[in-house]
Design a protein around this ligand. Structure first.
Ligand code: HAM
Length: 435
């Protein structure tokens, strides 16, 4: 006997059912409005790109490329990857379409699904969505501040209240190599006090030890030399200018000297926006404050050049949509009420069922919301349904009426019935509803 197969969504991936669609639509609406106001143009890039684009762009030693990329070989032998983030694809598009020739800065935004082979857990999925904003062709920290402001505004529009912005500067090719050496010099004699990942990171990317969540690594880093103290003049001034812009906008930010971000392309500004939520624990009266990273981004002045374009400075960020949705759900955002029907169409027999499809379409064109129950045959059941929906009229189309070219209109509160010409019914009902 063959075993019954039960198909499920792949691990870490989810259906978005009709009852949740309004939450996503609400986010897209707010994002489109804010983007239009700030002069960002929408861009859509393919779900798959050359795998090498991410290996080079996101970075060969990042978790995303090392452990999380979904790659596939096409029948033609090309190595492609499901996009794990938007930035390299948008940079590719900027170069490919010669956007350098447009007036700069070029401002682009996107939203849609991304794929990372993660260990699924709360707020971490294998297919998730991001909202992403990128600006090309502008050095000034004013643009970094504007990107931060845009994401802050989007979250505020979505009614987030406890938001925290963490900012830092991770320098550039002038100052970072020196700091990296300094940091590995500090870490090496202390490597026995670090986790296995951080021991490996000393060689590959010592900066990543700074944002390790292990307590023992955090103890070691608390005495480590800080990047901020070793920025070159240009990076120091850029960072100072960023903080001044942020002060002007009244954004609630903190300086986090350990914020480094997990992607290779950043230069100077990096930032994250967190929401803080007080969650009840299972213990009596217990509460914990949960921090949730909603947005991450920063400046990436070297990436356009690295991917084959000119030397174009750029800055951007992305927000995790599922994390926003889970907050909106906690807030019990009410769905917009479904359109209320004032008319019900009841049909009796095959012939009238066939006519009903065409008639319903006439009602739709006339913008009259009409309910029906095409799967039901008994008039009693259909009238009971019409009663439940509290419609004002039920239009009854029986076999006889179809043959006569008529329809019966029943006023639901009095039970009065009259016969109308079928071809006139839409117009007649429109008139009555208007009264
Ligand atoms: P990221 O920090 O990797 O940055 O992702 C940004 C946000 O996407 C995170 O803060 C989080 O809210 C959400 N996110 C990331 N991974 C997952 C996941 N597995 N499940 C659910 N949500 C997730 C970037 O992707 C950069 N491209 C941002 C950027 C744009 N930098 C410059 N421009």
């Amino acid at each position: 006997m063959s075993k019954k197969v039960k198909f499920q969504t792949p691990t870490g991936m989810h259906d978005i059912l009709p009852e949740d669609q309004f939450l996503y639509e609400k986010i897209w609406r707010v994002v489109d409005d804010v983007a239009a106001f700030y002069g960002f143009g929408k861009i859509e890039t393919p779900l798959v790109e050359d795998a090498a684009l991410f290996e080079k762009g996101t970075g060969g030693t990042t978790d995303i490329v090392e452990k999380q990329m979904y790659t596939l070989k096409t029948r033609g032998g090309d190595m492609l990857a499901l996009r794990p983030e938007f930035t390299p694809g948008i940079v590719r598009s900027y170069i490919q379409h010669g956007m350098i020739a447009l007036p700069q800065p070029v401002k682009l935004y996107a939203y849609g699904p991304l794929f990372r082979y993660e260990h699924p857990q709360a707020g971490r999925f294998r297919q998730f969505r991001q909202v992403d904003f990128e600006v090309f062709g502008e050095q000034s920290a004013a643009l970094d501040a504007q990107i931060i402001q845009i994401f802050y505004v989007i979250l505020k529009e979505l009614k987030f209240s406890h938001l925290i912005i963490e900012v830092n500067s991770i320098g550039d090719n002038q100052c970072r190599p020196y700091y990296k050496k300094l940091l590995s010099g500090y870490l090496r004699p202390r490597q026995n006090s670090l986790c296995a990942d951080c021991r490996r990171r000393i060689r590959e990317n010592p900066l990543r030890t700074l944002d390790c969540k292990e307590e023992k690594c955090q103890r070691v880093r608390s005495q480590a030399p800080q990047l901020i103290d070793h920025l070159c003049e240009e990076c120091k001034n850029h960072f100072k200018s960023l903080l001044e812009f942020l002060d002007e906008t009244d954004l609630p930010y903190h300086l986090d000297p350990y914020l480094v971000r997990g992607l290779d392309y950043y230069t100077k500004t990096v930032f994250e926006i967190f929401s803080e939520q007080t969650m009840k624990t299972t213990g009596e009266g217990g509460e914990v404050v949960q921090r949730n990273a909603l947005v991450g981004g920063g400046r990436y002045d070297g990436l356009v050049h690295l991917l084959g374009g000119k030397d174009v400075p750029a800055s951007g960020a992305a927000a995790g949509v599922e994390r926003i949705v889970s907050f909106l759900k906690e807030m019990e955002f009410a769905a917009a009420p479904a359109p209320v029907a004032r008319i019900f169409l009841a049909q009796l027999g095959d012939l009238s069922k066939k006519k009903s499809l065409r008639l319903l379409e006439e009602f739709r064109k006339a913008k009259i919301q009409i309910a029906e129950s095409l799967g039901r045959d008994s008039l009693r059941t259909q009238l009971a349904r019409a009663d439940k929906l509290e419609v004002e009229y039920t239009a009854i189309l029986g076999q006889k009426e179809v043959l006569d070219g008529t329809i019966v209109l029943r006023k639901m509160d009095t039970g009065e019935q009259e016969t109308l010409k079928l071809e006139k019914v839409v117009e007649e009902i429109k008139e009555r509803l208007r009264k």
